[in-house]
Design a protein around this ligand. Structure first.
Ligand SMILES: [Zn+2]
Length: 387
């Protein structure tokens, strides 16, 4: 048994404990969380800063790890997507190494589990051997009716290469998935299939759905996609696709940069609970703005945090995402945002039995935030993995 103490311990599911102590056995299983004085001090290893459970990175694309620094910043989502599609094949020689490095660095940065989107099987081996737990989302897309069944079959084939308990098939994004595909997917998956959809990452997506106008039409032309079937919906994308998602399946909405209060109202009126995933650094990279986070605080939906990929971020580091959030919204309480970065992500990805909080019986990892001024996250805080 080992005992670890710090200026403050955040068990996350219970109140923070000043000078708290965490007991872990040799396997990293939490055996107890104690108040100061409950454990003989000579047994305890002392740290300066805050102890927290390992982070959950709820949104990533490991297979884009070789695109670090390749796509220009601030070009908007449609151009970003074109650039990723053009560049993806040009850097294959460095892909394996880049994925291994990204996986290793995420672990060092205290990340315990990742929700990772794929279009191929290239990351399967790395995930199998990783210290990180992965839930793999196989993306499926199809605008043409005739591609729907083939593309779902292909996605199932890819899913077969990943841990069957921690993988699912998901629509990629509203602008890449036709209503035919949404309808077919409803029949093709079971109730425990978790959906994770890129949502309203750009205002162009809303323009497409409201008026059938904007930059996505150019993007489709470049992709040789005929959009005759697509009709303007006179409402935002979220309101258009949400009714197609089966109500019992867990749903993660990723980005939400251009999600309005009306959209959130619509979600509530449907009686739908959703996980809202923020990836602020990727939003700044691609679109130069981040979501209006205060709009999401009262809805009762759980907030989670992702890094997105190295195509739109310079690090895969949840602490850095938290710093951006606290810089833009200084009134937010770290006692709340730490849940977004840990237990909420664990719930969204179905890892809550073992990860996301310092609770007896879990193996959540143990991470030190050095330089925390008790409950305040400042830009100088550093992350260090203890267990
Ligand atoms: Zn993404």
């Amino acid at each position: 048994m080992k005992y670890y103490a710090a200026d403050v311990v955040f068990p996350v599911t219970g109140p923070a404990i000043k000078k708290g102590v965490v007991a872990m056995d040799d396997d990293g299983l939490v055996k107890g969380v104690y108040n100061p004085g409950e454990i003989d001090e000579s047994l305890v290893e002392q740290f300066k800063g805050a102890l927290i459970p390992g982070f959950i990175n709820s949104h990533c694309h490991l297979e884009l790890s070789n695109l670090l620094g390749i796509v220009p910043r601030n070009i908007g989502l449609p151009s970003f997507l074109s650039s990723v599609m053009n560049e993806r094949g040009n850097h294959n020689a460095s892909l394996e190494e880049a994925m291994l490095d990204a996986d290793k660095k995420m672990y060092e940065k205290g990340i315990q589990a990742v929700g990772d989107h794929v279009n191929t099987v290239v990351s399967a081996k790395i995930k199998e051997n990783s210290l990180i737990k992965y839930h793999t989302f196989v993306e499926v897309m199809a605008m043409k009716k005739e591609d729907v069944i083939t593309n779902i079959d292909n996605a199932k084939e890819i899913e077969f290469h990943f841990d069957y308990k921690h993988s699912s098939i998901t629509p990629h994004a509203p602008y890449s998935v036709s209503k035919y595909l949404f309808k077919a997917l409803k029949k093709a998956v079971s109730e425990d299939n978790i959906f994770s959809i890129h949502n309203q990452e750009s205002d162009e997506e809303n323009k497409l759905f409201r008026y059938k106008s904007g930059e996505f039409l150019e993007f489709f032309k470049k992709m040789d996609l005929v959009m005759d079937d697509f009709r303007a919906q006179a409402r935002n994308s979220l309101q258009s696709f949400l009714p197609y998602i089966p109500s019992k399946n867990r749903l993660i909405l990723v980005h939400n940069t251009y999600t309005s209060m009306k959209d959130l109202d619509f979600v509530d009126r449907m009686g739908r609970s959703v996980y809202i995933c923020f990836c602020p650094k990727a939003n700044l990279y691609i679109e130069g703005r981040i979501p209006k986070i205060d709009n999401f605080l009262l809805g009762g939906h759980e907030i989670i945090i992702g890094t997105d990929s190295l195509a739109s971020n310079d690090t895969l580091d949840i602490l850095e995402e938290l710093k951006v959030i606290h810089q833009v919204y200084p009134e937010l309480d770290f006692n709340e945002t730490i849940k977004w970065a840990t237990i909420n992500g664990a719930k969204a990805l179905n890892f809550e039995q073992e990860l996301g909080s310092l609770e007896v019986g879990k193996k959540p990892g143990l991470v030190l935030l050095e330089g925390m001024d008790t409950f305040k996250l400042n830009p100088k805080v550093k992350v260090r993995r203890i267990r």
